[in-house]
Design a binder for this molecule. Structure first.
Ligand code: ADP
Ligand code: AMP
Length: 219
């Protein structure tokens, strides 16, 4: 099933967790802008060095750089039948650029799903998040623990806490979300693409709601 999807929601809403499962079910790539930046960082590229300061402070990397990175990624052949964007767009300028990129290729988004949670829920989730160094899968010490502490269920990789997982950075990121990303909710509602999902349910129930909306939007 071809489908071009954006997952919207504050940091900690569960976008990455849901995108991973949905991508596997639909057979399309999960593209997380944060993961792409972390890969650049790990590989020591110029883009990685540029992004690091912004990421550690919990601020957004400038639009021009971010848009260029995503444009290159969604132009690859594995995106021909669709993709799930997670963490992009995060500003109105990024959303407009994405719309232009897709229309240049004669395509468009099929659906934007807002995973809605309260800030206190997002903060509790971020506080216990562990990420696999190898495959990027995420876990939570209380809500979604791995079978063996410190080891990824999916690939056996080592789990770590991201360098931007401090309470101060979490609060900054939630503020940045409210100021710069929340306007996208109205932006996508106006153009008729927005669906809202209750993100405070269990991981499985959120996934079930998401699958039902995908059925409707992408057929
Ligand atoms: P985002 O990509 O939106 O920042 P993540 O998918 O990384 O969010 O999830 C943040 C944290 O919350 C992770 O530790 C994850 O295991 C946990 N989590 C995700 N969805 C749920 C849920 N529905 N209930 C409880 N914990 C969840
Ligand atoms: P995430 O993994 O989505 O939580 O993103 C981690 C960090 O990467 C963010 O705090 C930003 O510094 C940066 N980042 C990720 N996506 C974007 C984006 N679309 N625009 C700007 N910065 C981004």
């Amino acid at each position: 099933m071809g489908c071009r999807i954006v997952l919207l929601g504050m940091p900690g809403a569960g976008k990455g967790t849901q995108a991973d499962q949905l991508a596997e079910a639909l057979g399309i790539p999960h593209i997380a802008s944060g993961d792409l930046f972390r890969e650049h960082l790990h590989q020591g590229t110029e883009l990685g060095r540029l992004a690091q300061g912004y990421m550690d402070r919990g601020e957004l990397v400038p639009d021009e750089v971010t848009i260029g990175m995503i444009a290159e990624r969604i132009a690859r052949p594995d995106c021909a039948e669709g993709f799930i964007l997670d963490g992009f767009p995060r500003t109105v300028a990024q959303a407009e650029a994405l719309g232009r990129l897709l229309s240049q290729n004669g395509t468009r988004l099929d659906m934007v799903a807002l995973i809605r949670v309260r800030e206190e829920v997002a903060l509790a989730r971020l506080a216990g998040r562990w990420t696999c160094r190898n495959c990027g899968a995420v876990y939570h010490t209380l809500f979604n623990p791995p079978r063996q502490a410190g080891v990824c269920d999916a690939c056996g990789g080592e789990l770590y806490q991201r360098s931007d997982e401090t309470e101060e950075a979490h609060r900054r990121r939630l503020k940045v979300y409210q100021e710069q990303t929340a306007p996208l909710v109205e932006y996508y509602r106006r153009i008729g693409l927005l669906v809202e999902i209750d993100g405070e349910q269990s991981i499985d129930d959120v996934q079930a709601d998401l699958r039902a909306t995908v059925e409707t939007a992408c057929g």
